[in-house]
Design a protein around this ligand. Structure first.
Ligand SMILES: O=C(O)C1CCN(c2ccc(-c3cc(CO)ccc3Cl)cn2)CC1
Length: 318
C-alpha cells in the first residue's frame, strides 16, 4: 500500500501583526521588510500554544473526511516550538481529539520537518498503517528575540497538515532527505543552559532564535536547488511548494532551475516564515482556492529547508 493525501487543513492565530506595527517597536520599516523578504504581515499568537494550533488542524482534517478520531493509526507533528519537551505535541493532540488507537510523536527537522514527517508517514502506511495525520505547527513568536530586528521580522505562528490514507497507487513518487550538522550553528533556537549545582553553567548559546542569514540564504540557493533539480528533472511539474522563508529565494531558485516563477506558489506575504508549518499552510490554501486539487494527479514538488541544517524534497502526484 501507498500513502495518499486525502485532506488538507490549516489554522493560524487570529492576531495579525503588520510590518508597520513592528516598525513601531523596533528599528525597521515596512519597505525594508517587504523589499528584502516579501513579507507584509504575520500571525502572532495571543494565548495559543503549538498544541492548540495543531489540535485545530487535526479537528479540521477529521471533519473534512467525516472520520472518527479512533480511526487514526498515527499522528506525526513536525515542530521546533513544542509546548513541552515532553509530552510531545503529537501526544497532546492525540489526547485532545481522543484518537485512542493512534501512536503519536514529534519530529524536529525545523523547516524541513513537514517533508521529513510526510516521508516517514508514507513508510508507516507501506508497513501496515491505514490512516494518519501529518501536521507542521509552530509558535515561533515565543522563541524570537523581539529586540533583534534581523530575526523578529521574519517569522510567524501557524499550523497546517494533511490526512494520509492507504491506497493501491503510489502518489508520493520521489524523495530526498538530507542533513548537514557541520553547518548547524548557522540557525539555532532553544538552547537550554545547564544550571546544575555540580557543573559550571556556561551560557554558550541563546534560547532565542539566532540565524546567520547569509549562510542560510546561500544554503537555500545552492544545496536546496540541487535537491529540487535531482527530484524534478525529466518530470513535468505543475507547481512547486517551497518553504516560505523569503520571496527572493523563490525568485533565485526559479531562475536557477529555469522554471517560470508563477509555478512557485507563495503566501509568505501574509504569514512570514512559519518553519515546519509553511508548506502545509500553503498547500491547504492553494487547495481551498482551487489552484491544486486532491485526486487530480497534478504533479507538485514539496521542498523544506532550514535548521539542522536539514532539507527535504518530495515529488507527489495529488
Ligand atoms: O536581505 C537581508 O538583509 C536579509 C538577509 C537574510 N534573510 C533571510 C535569510 C535566510 C532566510 C531563511 C530562513 C530559514 C529558516 O526557516 C530557511 C531558509 C531561509 Cl532562505 C530568510 N531570510 C532575510 C533578509
Amino acid at each position: 500500500m501507498f500513502g495518499k493525501i486525502t485532506a488538507t487543513a490549516s489554522y493560524v492565530p487570529e492576531q495579525i501583526v503588520t510590518n508597520q506595527q513592528l516598525s513601531e517597536i523596533m528599528d525597521t520599516s515596512d519597505d525594508w521588510i517587504f523589499s528584502r523578504t516579501g513579507i507584509k504581515e504575520r500571525r502572532i499568537s495571543n494565548g495559543e500554544n503549538t498544541s492548540d494550533l495543531c489540535t485545530n488542524v487535526a479537528t479540521k482534517l477529521l471533519a473534512s473526511r467525516g472520520l472518527a478520531p479512533d480511526e487514526l493509526d498515527f499522528i506525526l507533528v513536525a515542530t521546533i516550538t513544542p509546548d513541552f519537551n515532553t509530552p510531545a505535541v503529537a501526544c497532546q493532540v492525540q489526547g485532545n481529539i481522543g484518537a485512542h488507537q493512534a501512536f503519536a510523536f514529534d519530529i524536529s527537522a525545523a523547516c524541513a520537518g513537514f517533508v521529513y514527517a510526510l516521508s516517514l508517514a508514507e513508510k508507516l502506511i507501506r508497513t501496515g498503517s491505514k490512516k494518519g495525520l501529518v501536521i507542521g505547527g509552530e509558535v515561533l513568536s515565543k522563541v524570537l528575540d523581539w529586540e533583534d530586528r534581523s530575526t523578529a521580522v521574519l517569522f510567524g505562528d501557524g499550523a497546517g497538515g494533511v490526512l494520509l490514507e492507504a491506497t493501491n497507487h503510489q502518489h508520493l513518487l520521489k524523495e530526498s532527505l538530507q542533513s548537514d550538522g557541520t553547518r548547524g550553528l548557522s540557525l539555532t533556537s532553544g538552547f537550554v543552559e545547564n544550571k546544575n549545582p555540580y557543573g559550571s553553567s556556561s551560557t554558550q548559546y541563546s534560547a532565542c532564535m539566532q540565524m546567520v542569514g547569509r549562510e542560510i540564504f546561500d544554503f537555500a540557493t545552492r544545496d536546496v536547488v540541487q535537491s529540487i533539480h535531482a527530484i524534478s528533472e525529466h518530470e513535468s511539474v505543475d507547481y512547486y511548494l517551497l518553504h516560505q522563508a523569503n520571496s527572493r529565494i523563490l525568485d533565485k531558485v526559479a531562475r536557477k532551475l529555469k522554471v517560470p516563477r508563477h509555478k512557485f506558489l507563495q503566501n509568505m506575504q501574509f504569514y512570514g516564515n512559519t518553519s515546519a508549518a509553511s508548506i502545509p499552510i500553503l498547500l491547504d490554501e492553494e487547495v481551498k482556492r482551487g489552484t491544486l486539487s486532491l485526486g487530480s494527479g497534478q504533479k507538485v514538488v514539496f521542498s523544506g529547508f532550514g535548521g539542522g541544517l536539514a532539507w527535504g524534497t518530495m515529488l507527489a502526484a495529488l
